[in-house]
Write a protein that binds this ligand. Structure first.
Ligand code: AMP
Ligand code: ZN
Length: 113
């Protein structure tokens, strides 16, 4: 837990959120500023500042499979969806607790801006 971290506060229940799914190691909740009809964030409960710091391949797998499960449960699997992990400044990361975006419900542009 990082005392100043927004997503650690969500894990601790200190900031309200709309929970989508929870497992022992991961939490998924709706993005407060959705960029698509489905926009869910999947995070490890343990604080990692970014993907650069993730040292646990099993946890990486849990995050990715939870993201996939949410795309399915939101009904986006067949039409398609996008999984994004913005990392540091050039990646567009603004919250420095590792998170996986699950975006669906509209066609995504490629390449991203
Ligand atoms: P990123 O730019 O990849 O770091 O994404 C951070 C995301 O966190 C943005 O899409 C924000 O809309 C989202 N966000 C910020 N604060 C909250 C919050 N309190 N609850 C849910 N999502 C949030
Ligand atoms: Zn954190």
């Amino acid at each position: 837990m990082s005392a100043s971290c927004l997503f650690c506060k969500i894990v601790a229940g200190e900031i309200p959120t709309t929970k989508v799914l929870e497992s022992p190691n991961c939490l998924a909740f709706r993005d407060i500023g959705p960029k698509a009809p489905t926009h869910v964030l999947v995070i490890p409960k343990k604080h990692y500042t970014s993907l650069n710091d993730l040292d646990d391949p099993a946890l990486a797998g849990e995050l990715l499979t939870m993201a996939r499960d949410i795309a399915k449960s939101e009904g986006r699997a067949d039409a398609g969806y996008r999984i994004v992990v913005n990392t540091n400044a050039d990646g567009g990361q603004t919250v420095f607790h590792l998170h996986v975006h699950v975006l669906g419900g509209r066609a995504m542009k490629w390449p991203p801006g």
